[in-house]
Ligand binder design. Structure first.
Ligand SMILES: NC(=O)c1ccc[n+]([C@@H]2O[C@H](COP(=O)([O-])OP(=O)(O)OC[C@H]3O[C@@H](n4cnc5c(N)ncnc54)[C@H](OP(=O)(O)O)[C@@H]3O)[C@@H](O)[C@H]2O)c1
Length: 273
């Protein structure tokens, strides 16, 4: 029987998820479709009801619903309850179960490239929703220390508290005071939304060491100014699309219980960037 999947959020027009999942269906000859469904802030409850009515098989959740969606789940997996946000949902005869594949998606490029996280010192720029999944991922992989740099210190402090409770040594600074001593970090992650509109990198990266891992989770444009600066300093670059692909692959495998066609999904994604 034909199955239907969706991504819900607002804005949703430019979501790359329909392309990625549809390419996987084509590659594996699956009788499935995947749609982008706009649900605005404040309309989540009604939106979920209509998805249940059409017997949606599963859906991804994106901005602004990742946290609020937790209220409408009947079950949660471990990553979802740890992070307190959901990006992937299964619907089994009306029972909604939530997962968070952002954490594994974020870690995926480290695994694929054999890059070590254990024992590292990290600088994380940003303290929003995505940063929380990233902190959980670093704790899972036993990083040693994380400095959280954000514009709004209250948010950074909240995130640091979460990081502490899951075993990370943590420090908080204002993003404007980061510049001086980047040489101490093994990994620098941009988890702010700076770059989406082609803005200049949130920090200059001048003092970073060569071979520092420079990871931008912004995926459009692919070559953000942050990553360009990282390359100039001979950093090891990880692109935002790699995380996007990682979380989509995990979501696919949760829904279909078969190995995802990584290369076909990657091709669809890069073709669209
Ligand atoms: N590659 C992927 O798979 C993937 C997955 C998830 C998200 N993302 C991308 O990651 C980015 C962040 O997503 P999110 O869900 O965490 O968003 P969010 O919750 O809205 O957080 C945005 C973060 O960016 C900071 N920020 C925004 N504008 C800023 C500015 N002008 N100066 C300094 N800091 C600024 C915010 O600081 P304040 O706290 O001070 O406001 C906050 O830390 C988005 O671009 C999203 O598309 C990518």
């Amino acid at each position: 029987m034909s199955k239907t999947f969706a991504v819900i959020g607002d804005p949703i027009d430019h979501s790359l998820s329909p392309n990625i999942h549809s390419a996987a269906f084509r590659e594996l000859n699956l009788d499935c479709s995947y749609i982008a469904y706009k649900i605005s802030k404040g309309e989540l409850k009604e939106g979920i009801e209509s998805l249940k009515k059409i017997k949606i098989d599963g859906f991804n959740v994106t901005i602004p619903h990742k946290i609020e969606m937790m209220k409408y789940l009947d079950k949660t997996d471990e990553s979802c309850s740890l992070i307190g946000a959901v990006n992937t949902v299964t619907n089994t005869e009306g029972i909604l179960k939530g997962y968070n594949t952002d954490m594994e998606g974020f870690l995926d490029p480290f695994k694929k490239k054999n890059l070590r996280v254990r024992g590292t010192k990290i600088l994380l720029l940003g303290a929003g929703g995505a940063a929380r999944a990233i902190v959980a991922g670093f704790a899972k992989e036993k990083a040693k220390h994380i400095t959280i740099a954000n514009r709004t210190l209250e948010k950074a402090n909240n995130l640091a508290q979460f990081a502490n409770t899951i075993g990370l040594d943590t420090k908080v600074i204002n993003i404007e005071n980061v510049e001086n001593d980047l040489g101490q970090y093994n990994i620098i992650v941009n988890a702010t939304s700076i770059g989406l509109k082609n803005e200049t990198s949130p920090i200059s990266l001048e003092s970073m060491r060569p071979k520092t891992i420079v990871y931008d989770i912004v995926y459009l444009p692919m070559n953000t100014d942050f990553l360009k600066k990282g390359k100039e300093r001979e950093g090891i670059v990880i692109y935002g699309y790699e995380m996007l692909l990682g979380q989509a692959v995990r979501a696919f495998e949760i829904w279909h219980n078969i190995e995802a066609p990584y290369n076909a999904m990657k091709k669809a994604l890069l073709g669209g960037v």
